[in-house]
Design a protein around this ligand. Sequence first.
Ligand SMILES: [Zn+2]
Length: 387
Amino acid sequence: MQMPVTPKAMPPSEKVLSFSSQLAHERMITPSEVQSAFPETYFASRERFLQSAEKIHARIFTREIIPRGPDNERLHIDIAHIGAEAPRKLILHLAGVHGVEGFVGSAVQYELLRATPVLAEDTALVLVHCLNPYGMAHLRRVTADNVDLNRNLMPAGEKWRGATSIYNLLSPLLNPSSIGFSWSLYPQLWLKALVHGKENVKDALLHGQYNEPRGLFFGGTQHEEELVILKDYLTKRFSAAERVVGIDVHSGLGEFGKQTLFLEIPARRARFGLLEKTMGITLTPEPDDYHDPRKHPRGALCDELPKFFPKAHVDWFLQEFGTYNPYRVLAALRAENCYAHIGHVASRWEAAQKLKEMFAPADIRWRTAVLRMGTQAVAQAQLALLV
Ligand SMILES: [Zn+2]
């Protein structure tokens, strides 16, 4: 596994964000430091996020959501706002959109808060600890309504119905009524890919669907509470922002211990070269057929969230950390989802532990690498505010 490369960024003309001490990508970081950065549970993560935010006198926003934790605990969306109260420039770091993936983003935030952020007077750093606390607490990728939040930000007027035709074909395989051993997922998917085309099968998995409320990749029937809370928070506080850089942290797709940094506002593709040069990093563009509704998922945050900032030029980055073989990840998702809906509590919890490993591997080299890449991305992304 390669360690992240030191960026060769252009020196910024002005610095809007620095940190009082060195972050994970700038110093030697010991295995025990890395392990302690990764929380064991949503609740442990939340507690130390609030403590760290309080310690640096961040403004803290907390909102309880309706669903409860596995032992009926209360669940909250917590946000730390550091720097200018009504900033012109804003860096938004978003963790836990996909619940169980929140262990990674919250580890990065723990490291960011360990070194006090120093911001220019017109700039703010906003850390959303976990947008889907139910998913993180229950080790699910979805909300209590089985909804993928990154397929739930449907634009006004669009129908909450539909799925790709391949998803409909794959559905009995993806959403079985029991997990048996007669056929494994892999050969069946391989066969489907042979018949229908690998890309079509991949699209069916990435696109989300709005027909099967208990199925994988369900986008919902209305905006979920979590996104309503986020929209309310951002639009009330940051309507004056002129420049926004968002980093939405995910895991589970790609090569083990490597990152893909997608620049997700394709209308601004012209900025690509400039941002790559300024940030000293390789970005991945969305594909050319991004605007083709058959090719692009609906309800993705990257399309609608920038509209929360009516006056701002927004660069939205999706940081994706690769973990295991996609078939393994999919098999784990399938098993956990199946047990969740048939009500096998013990089997569901066992499957959920495997899901956690799929999205936040315990491997110390993986954790070290993603922690370093996570803090490095914030240091790099703030440079995007300057161009
Ligand atoms: Zn994700």
